[in-house]
Write a protein that binds this ligand. Structure first.
Ligand code: HMG
Ligand code: MG
Length: 309
């Protein structure tokens, strides 16, 4: 029997991180609530990164504070962390939710992130791939001690905006290194939406090989996720390819928020992460039940789009 499809909505994080107009924290909480109402069980709520680098998400502790008293059971919240400092921020949020609202664990998962391209790693985190992995090494056992699982993003799995095409072998190599330091799941990021069925297929095949047959981790989660951006309109086809290869976990963003700054022009914002509705339709075409309510989905997408107008 195959495991159910898992969808992680990343709209409050990836969808909003590049928005230059500040979105009020309460509106972000509305977005999280609307996403939850669709039936999606996992939300990447925010990032604990430097507010100098990503000003839009500097309110992460406040946003988690708003959600602390109302997190539905069965919903998983994750947060992006680049370093120890970010991880300490997550621990503080969880401590506060426990003390104030008796919530056992508000943030269930931390997401560390690196890349299969050296230049992208430098531009995104001011660190080499090696340095990012060293930063994560001590975070992972601490996360596990606190009952949190760790997602490891690999960016630029098809192409890098600076270096061009990236080889599937390079992606699998970084995935292996993340797994060797204890990451629980790999998330393959097609950061600039360059992927097509032909180019994403070998990346998935090589990464599955790196996972050495582990489809589900000790938290009961899929070990492999596909994180597509829809810049050039190929994301839905890539979902079809991934399903055929056995991928059971996908990221998406309500309303398709998250237009890639590298692919936008001055007058036109590039399409963002694969829209939740596009993902759901692609899953249905592939014969999968996405577990998403149509009316709630339409409402969440309308709300999401309204945030960036
Ligand atoms: P740095 O400038 O090299 O770090 O940045 P630093 O240690 O020199 O610190 C600089 C300042 O940031 C200091 O403050 C630190 O205290 C502070 P100052 O003294 O200048 O006032 N600082 C922090 N503040 C809050 N939280 C922290 C933190 N760490 C340091 N955790 C750093 C290095 C990694 C911090 C920076 O490069 C950074 O924050 N980068 C994040 C970039 C980012 O969020 N990118 C987008 C996410 S990745 C993505 O979108 C791809 C993905 O979607 C998958 C895909 O599509 O491929 C996941
Ligand atoms: Mg992304």
């Amino acid at each position: 029997m195959t495991s159910p499809i898992r969808i992680t909505d990343v709209s409050p994080r990836d969808g909003l991180q590049a928005e230059t107009t500040p979105v009020p924290t309460e509106r972000k909480a509305d977005l999280v609530r609307a996403v939850q109402r669709t039936g999606v069980r996992e939300v990447e709520v925010s990032s604990f990164v430097s507010p100098r680098w990503i000003p839009q998400l500097g309110d992460a502790p406040d946003l988690f504070g708003l959600l602390a008293s109302e997190k539905p059971s069965g919903v998983v919240y994750s947060a992006l962390v680049p370093n120890r400092r970010g991880f300490e921020g997550v621990l503080a949020v969880n401590r506060s939710a426990r003390e104030t609202h008796g919530v056992e664990r508000l943030v269930d998962k931390v997401a560390v992130f690196t890349a299969a391209s050296e230049t992208f790693s430098q531009k995104n985190t001011n660190a080499t791939i090696d340095e990012t992995i060293e930063r994560f090494r001590s975070i992972i056992p601490s996360a596990h001690e606190h009952g949190m699982s760790v997602r490891g993003y690999v960016s630029c799995v098809v192409r890098c905006p600076y270096e061009g095409d990236v080889s599937p072998a390079a992606v699998a190599d970084v995935s292996r290194r993340l797994l060797s330091i204890g990451v629980d799941e790999i998330d393959l990021g097609d950061t600039i939406g360059a992927g097509t069925p032909e180019t994403i297929e070998p990346v998935i095949i090589d990464t599955i090989e790196a996972l050495e047959g582990r489809a589900i981790n000790s938290f009961g989660d899929p070990t492999l996720t596909l994180h597509l951006h829809d810049t050039f309109g190929h994301a839905a086809e890539c979902v079809g390819t991934a399903l055929e290869l056995g991928v059971r976990s996908f990221d998406a963003s309500a309303g398709g928020l998250g237009g890639c700054p590298y692919a936008s022009t001055e007058t036109q914002r590039a399409p963002g992460n694969i829209a939740l509705s596009t993902l759901v339709a692609a899953l249905h075409r592939g014969g999968e039940d996405a577990g998403v309510d149509g009316d709630a989905l339409a409402a969440a997408e309308a709300l999401a789009r309204g945030l960036i107008q």
